[in-house]
Design a protein around this ligand. Structure first.
Ligand SMILES: NC(=O)c1ccc[n+]([C@@H]2O[C@H](COP(=O)([O-])OP(=O)(O)OC[C@H]3O[C@@H](n4cnc5c(N)ncnc54)[C@H](OP(=O)(O)O)[C@@H]3O)[C@@H](O)[C@H]2O)c1
Length: 252
């Protein structure tokens, strides 16, 4: 079960953190990879590590907020592999502030990086899935996409991730007729470049211990099983869903 040999997986934001981990997780299941991010030198290194696992890997420098760059990346993947089976919309970034202090610029930056990018990348790649009548789209949202929080003010991020969860449902309904599934994974707190500064403070650790039933942050690789499952043939009757990998945060 969960074998991905013969599949081509595209992962955005694979130069670090959860995207890098998921890309390696797919490679271990046998998938060929196309990995996207802006820092090409980091991507090249990740690509080398992935090839060492015995699969092909195409690194593509791409800003996922840039429509032309995204469309070019999709063309490049199709030219190289001839198809795309799995798409993980993982790239994300956030400028944090509360509703009273948020500037228009920071709001637009966050919406663009976390929500509009998911639309642009899905639009560019899904049309190739439609041609083949096969696809697995996985969007990375967040626990912050379904609840507010008292630990920090980050209204644009909450809004974007909530949007990703319902974008997923809309796409699932629209593309089901092409045998394409679309699901969300909502991670809880994982230590990565994006979060390390926040998570490693004493105050946040205390907050986490009081709010996460498993009383710890997610570990490296702990998002992979959900991603591999949703990307697999075995998940063929699951679409429009939102799997929370959060140590129980959203269950209390
Ligand atoms: N870590 C957590 O606790 C947590 C919790 C919930 C949700 N998430 C979500 O999980 C995803 C991955 O986050 P992470 O924690 O792994 O963060 P990370 O280590 O900072 O990784 C973010 C990735 O996104 C890429 N990226 C950012 N903006 C981009 C852009 N405009 N174009 C292309 N690539 C871009 C970055 O690459 P470049 O800088 O090279 O472009 C990097 O590879 C994000 O969507 C995040 O919101 C994380």
């Amino acid at each position: 079960m969960f074998d991905l040999h013969g599949r081509v997986a595209v992962v955005t934001g694979a130069s670090s953190g959860l995207g890098l981990q998921m890309a390696k997780g797919f490679a271990k299941q046998g998938a060929d990879l196309a990995i996207m991010a802006r820092r090409i030198e980091k991507l090249e290194k990740v690509a080398e590590d992935i090839r060492a696992l015995g699969v092909r890997c195409l690194p593509i420098q791409c800003d996922v907020t840039d429509t032309n760059a995204v469309n070019k990346a999709a063309d490049e993947v199709i030219k190289f592999y001839g198809k795309v089976d799995i798409l993980v919309n993982n790239a994300g970034a956030s400028k944090n502030a509360g509703v009273l202090d948020m500037t228009d610029e920071d709001w637009m930056f966050t919406l663009s990086a976390d929500l509009t990018s998911v639309f642009k990348v899905t639009r560019a790649f899904a049309k190739h899935m439609v041609e083949k009548k096969y696809g697995r789209i996985i969007n990375i949202a967040s626990i912050y996409g379904q609840v507010g929080n008292t630990a920090m003010d980050t209204v644009a991020y909450h809004s974007s991730k909530g949007g990703v969860i319902n974008f997923t449902r809309a796409v699932a309904a629209e593309l089901a007729k092409y045998n394409i599934t679309c699901n969300t994974i909502s991670p809880g707190y994982f230590e990565t470049e994006l979060t390390a500064d926040t998570l490693n403070t004493e105050a946040f650790t205390k907050f986490m211990e009081a709010s996460v039933p498993l009383r710890r942050y997610g570990r490296e690789g702990e998002l992979n099983p959900a991603a591999i499952f949703l990307a697999s043939d075995e998940a063929s009757y699951i679409t429009g869903q939102n799997i929370k990998v959060d140590g129980g945060y959203t269950s209390v």
